[in-house]
Design a protein around this ligand. Structure first.
Ligand code: FSX
Length: 314
């Protein structure tokens, strides 16, 4: 089975070394010791179970799905899709129209109490949910029917976790995150978009240890959201020692000085961007010279804007 797995990877242009490097990243992200790397590899190479997943999309931009599918590890999405049995996902499924609606109904019935429901996007709650509909049913109606029948609900992205951009003022539709809209416990993988490694980590945690990861008081996995961006930031050492205002794009900003005075929200934002990074571990916003915009916190957007401050001379 292992040989067959590596042959399949090789066909995608992925070497055994690339795959093991990816497993090491996941193991470290989960806060497990390196002795767990072979176990993590086994989850992908010889899956013992393929949990059914129903993936619902509500008020969102599809960035959450895109961040998983268009990662620098394009094969990571393949691996994830191989260890899960995706029963319904609007962006990647072939069915459409009445057939798609039928698929959703059948999947919920067939896997009642056994499926993981991943939700991206927030839910309109005002006027009985009239501000968001699919196939003439409100998001609220669909979520109320499907989510309580799941084994677990994972809110993928800040919109599903806390309301996100659709819930920005004046929010006439009354958009809310899944937990607040339904009064259900959810695992919140916040970020706009979230890092796909944190979704994969949550799934691997479940398959490896047979339980969902420990969560913080906002429902976010502790392995990813227990430290602020600022606490992990490589530019932090310049924070106290350089009490002057930087110009955006200035040589100091590019050389690695702290971006707090440019409006960086790192000190109030919890996420593992500095360690896991994006684009296959290549970079992340602050490394690229841009302040953190606080996208993984509740009340993003309202409380995190304006992103840029006027440059007042010291
Ligand atoms: Fe929201 Fe996701 Fe931002 Fe977009 O599904 S968290 S707007 S990246 O797409 O929900």
């Amino acid at each position: 089975m292992e040989k067959e797995f590596f042959e399949r990877l090789a066909q995608k242009g992925v070497s055994r070394r690339d795959f093991l490097r990816f497993c090491s990243l996941l193991t470290a992200t989960l806060g497990l010791s390196s002795s767990f790397v072979p176990k993590v590899a086994e989850v992908f190479a010889a899956p013992k179970q393929r949990p059914p997943v129903i993936w619902l999309s509500f008020g969102e931009c599809t960035g959450c799905t895109e961040s998983l599918l268009r990662t620098m590890y394009p094969w990571m999405a393949d691996l994830v899709l191989d260890i899960l049995s995706i029963e319904y996902h609007e962006t990647i499924m072939a069915a459409s129209g009445h057939q798609a609606e039928e698929n959703l109904k059948n999947a919920v019935k067939k896997y009642q109490g056994k499926f993981i429901c991943v939700v991206d996007g927030s839910i309109a709650t005002n006027y009985n949910g009239a501000y968001g509909k699919i196939a003439d049913r409100t998001f609220l109606e669909i979520a109320r029917e499907v989510c309580p029948q799941a084994l677990a609900v994972v809110s993928m992205g800040t919109c599903a976790s806390f309301g996100g951009i659709p819930a920005a003022k004046p929010n006439p539709g009354g958009y809310k995150g899944v937990k607040d809209a339904l009064g259900l416990k959810t695992v919140n993988i916040s970020g706009c978009p979230p890092n796909p490694v944190n979704l994969v980590g949550t799934i691997v945690n479940y398959l490896l240890l047979d339980r969902l990861p420990a969560l913080d008081d906002l429902g976010r996995p502790l392995f990813a959201y227990s430290n602020t961006i600022h606490d992990q930031c490589p530019r932090r050492s310049y924070f106290e020692s350089n009490n002057f205002v930087l110009e955006f794009g200035s040589i100091e900003a590019r050389m690695g000085y702290c971006l707090y005075k440019l409006g960086c929200k790192g000190p109030e934002t919890y996420n593992n961007c500095p360690t896991v990074k994006f684009l296959g571990g290549t970079s992340w916003p602050i490394q690229a010279g841009h302040p953190c915009i606080g996208c993984s916190e509740p009340n993003f957007w309202d409380e995190m804007t304006p992103f840029y401050r006027e440059n007042i001379k010291a």
